[in-house]
Design a protein. Structure first.
Length: 186
């Protein structure tokens, strides 16, 4: 009788050790996944700030100094991202990082006014679409900024709305797969 109890206690102890070991392994796996998620989030934040920094530099360049192919007169934000993912647009290399960008000239908006020095000016809107190529060129990050600056003194035919100059909106896409042409066999 004593041998049967000893065997049962031994098996029960092994089962408890097995359950505790599985719980520890699961906990370590969760910690590893959390660490990977934090690293990925840090990379996405760094990419965003790099894209925003370069976009701000592009805004400050005068149009005369900029390549004419970089400025388009469209209002199609999704189409701009698609063009950039197809390696269209202007290339900018800063260090080891490659950027592609297109600038949409959205024009003057006389009813969206910017107040400056006790004067009301029409606002001129520009959208900058940028894509940063990853080190392996397989994944990219994209940022679109809408930049407002003052324009001429224009009369508004409707209701005026006040806006601030500078960045009015942005859209960040942390990962985009580049467009790849597919060959379909007949």
């Amino acid at each position: 009788m004593k041998q049967r109890c000893d065997g049962f206690i031994f098996l029960l102890t092994l089962c408890i050790i097995l359950v505790v070991s599985l719980l520890l392994i699961t906990g370590l796996h969760h910690i590893l996944l959390y660490h990977k998620a934090l690293n990925q989030q840090e990379i996405q934040h760094r990419n965003f700030y790099q894209l925003e920094h370069v976009a701000r530099q592009l805004v400050r360049i005068s149009r005369a100094d900029m390549d004419k192919e970089c400025i388009v007169a469209k209002d199609a934000p999704n189409q701009m991202i698609q063009q950039l993912s197809r390696n269209q647009g202007c290339l900018l290399i800063m260090g080891q990082i490659k950027f592609r960008y297109l600038i949409e000239d959205l024009g003057d908006f006389p009813c969206l006014v910017v107040h400056q020095q006790h004067q009301k000016y029409a606002s001129h809107h520009t959208r900058i679409s940028m894509m940063m190529m990853g080190e392996d060129d397989n994944t990219t990050s994209a940022l679109q900024l809408r930049w407002i600056r003052t324009s001429a003194l224009l009369d508004c035919p409707g209701i005026e709305h006040s806006v601030n100059s500078g960045i009015s909106s942005w859209r960040y896409l942390p990962t985009i797969e580049p467009f790849k042409t597919r060959n379909f066999a007949p």
